[in-house]
Ligand binder design. Structure first.
Ligand SMILES: Cc1cc2nc3c(=O)[nH]c(=O)nc-3n(C[C@H](O)[C@H](O)[C@H](O)COP(=O)(O)O)c2cc1C
Length: 370
C-alpha cells in the first residue's frame, strides 16, 4: 500500500492508460487504476464506454484522459483547417504507391469523419464523467488543462492529473491546481518530449514536491517499476504494455508488429498528429522522413490530413495483395521490445507487482550483505 494507492483505494500504484475499455476494466478490476483514453470518442460514446467499465471493473475506480484543446479556440468543432495541396498530394501518392484503396463509396467507412485529439466538446464529455462516480481521475494528456477544468473536477470530488515532459510544464500544472503529475520520458509511446524517463523523473519529482508524481515511459516490468519508485515516483503510469493483451482492441496485424518489434523499431514522428509522437516505425514514418517529403503540418492540421489515410491503411493491412501492412503503424514505446507474446492484462499486472516486490526485497538483501 502506498500513499497514492490509499488516495484512490486501490491495491497497487499502477496506472494503465488505454483507449480500450476492456483493458481499463481489467486493470481497475485487478487492483490497479485503468485510465480510459477518451479523446477520439464523442460524449455519447463516452457514456456507453464508462457505463460498460462500471459494469466490468468490479467496483474498482478508474480515470479518463483527454487531449484538451486550449480554451477560446477559434478552431472549434467543425472548423477544418486548410490543408495544403502539396501535402494532400503527398499522402495520395504514398497510398497509391502501396496499393491502398479508397473506402467503398457510400459506406459508413467512407462517411466517418475526424474527431481526433484537438477536437471535441470537452465540457459535454466532462458532464458525462461527472455522472460516473467511479471515474475518480481526470487527466490532461497535453499538459496543463484549460482554465475551469480543475476547479470543476475538484467540486465534483475528482482528482486531476497532467502529463509533463519538462519540469517547468509540471510546475505550471501544479500552479493551476493539478493534483498529480505524470512525468513521461521520451521512450514512451505516444506524444512525448526528448528527455528519457531516467533523467526526467527525478527532476520533475524535485520540482513539484510534495505533489505526487507518477513515472511514465519504458515501464512494463517489476524491475522497471522498482526503478521508477526509486526515482521518487508515487506510482507508475504505463501505456505500451497493454497493447499486446487479450483485451486490447488493436488489429491482429498491429499486435503482430508489436510482439515482433525490438526496442529499436519505434521512432518519434510528427507525421501522425503534428506533434512528436513515438510510433512503431513503418513505411509511413520513413516516407515522411525521406528527402524531399513535406514537413508535417502543425497539430491539429496533420491529424485532419492523415486520419482517413490511417483508417484506409488499417483496412488495407488485412489484404496481403497491397502494401498496407508495410505502412501500418500505431503509437508505441521502446518498451515493446520486451513484449513477445499476447497476455491477459490482469496477469501482466500481477506479474509486474510480484516482480516489483521481489526486486525490492533483493535490493534490501544486497544492501544488508554489503
Ligand atoms: C497507443 C498509445 C496511445 C496513447 N495515447 C495517449 C493519449 O491519448 N493521451 C495520453 O495522455 N497519453 C497517451 N499515450 C501515452 C500514455 O499515456 C503513456 O504515458 C505512455 O504510454 C507511457 O509510456 P510507455 O508507452 O513506455 O508505457 C499513448 C500511448 C500509447 C502507447
Amino acid at each position: 500500500m502506498t500513499d497514492i494507492a490509499r488516495l484512490f483505494g486501490i491495491e497497487f500504484p499502477v496506472f494503465a492508460f488505454s483507449h480500450c475499455r476492456d483493458v481499463v476494466a481489467a486493470v481497475s478490476g485487478t487492483g490497479g487504476l485503468g485510465v480510459f483514453g477518451a479523446s477520439v470518442f464523442t460524449p455519447e460514446e463516452i457514456e456507453i464506454e464508462l457505463d460498460w467499465i462500471d459494469r466490468h471493473s468490479h467496483g474498482g475506480p478508474y480515470g479518463i484522459d483527454f487531449a484538451f484543446p486550449p480554451r477560446a479556440t477559434d478552431s472549434g468543432p467543425g472548423a477544418e483547417p486548410d490543408l495544403p495541396a502539396q501535402h494532400r498530394a503527398f499522402v495520395a501518392d504514398l497510398l497509391n504507391r502501396y496499393g491502398v484503396a479508397e473506402f467503398p463509396a457510400g459506406t459508413d467507412e467512407e462517411r466517418a469523419t475526424y474527431r481526433g485529439v484537438d477536437f471535441g466538446d470537452y465540457d459535454e464529455a466532462l458532464e458525462v464523467v461527472y455522472r460516473h462516480p467511479n471515474c475518480r481521475l481526470v487527466v490532461s494528456a497535453l499538459g496543463t488543462p484549460p482554465s475551469g477544468v480543475v476547479e470543476r473536477a475538484h467540486a465534483e470530488g475528482r482528482l486531476v492529473a497532467a502529463l509533463a515532459g519538462k519540469p517547468e510544464h509540471a510546475v505550471r500544472s501544479v500552479a493551476a491546481g493539478v493534483d498529480i503529475i505524470v512525468a513521461q520520458g521520451s521512450e514512451a509511446g505516444g506524444h512525448a518530449g526528448s528527455v528519457s524517463t531516467m533523467v526526467l523523473a527525478p527532476q520533475v519529482v524535485d520540482a513539484v514536491a510534495p505533489t505526487p508524481v507518477l513515472v511514465a515511459g519504458g515501464i512494463a516490468s517489476g524491475r522497471q517499476m522498482a526503478a521508477a519508485m526509486a526515482l521518487g515516483g508515487a506510482g507508475v503510469w504505463t501505456g505500451s504494455m497493454w497493447l499486446a493483451t487479450e483485451e486490447s482492441d488493436l488489429s491482429p496485424e498491429m499486435v503482430q508488429k508489436i510482439v515482433t518489434a525490438d526496442s529499436w523499431q519505434t521512432v518519434q514522428t510528427r507525421s501522425i498528429t503534428g506533434k512528436p509522437c513515438r510510433v512503431v516505425r513503418s513505411a509511413w514514418s520513413d516516407a515522411w522522413e525521406a528527402e524531399g517529403s513535406p514537413k508535417p503540418l502543425p497539430m491539429p492540421a496533420q491529424g485532419f490530413l492523415v486520419e482517413d489515410a490511417m483508417r484506409r491503411i488499417e483496412r488495407a493491412s488485412r489484404d496481403r495483395d497491397t502494401g498496407g501492412l508495410e505502412l501500418l503503424t500505431c503509437p508505441a514505446g521502446q518498451v515493446i521490445g520486451q513484449l513477445t507474446k499476447v497476455s491477459k492484462a490482469s496477469r501482466l499486472l500481477l506479474d509486474m507487482v510480484e516482480e516489483y516486490i521481489e526486486c525490492v526485497e533483493d535490493l534490501e538483501r544486497r544492501l544488508v550483505a554489503e
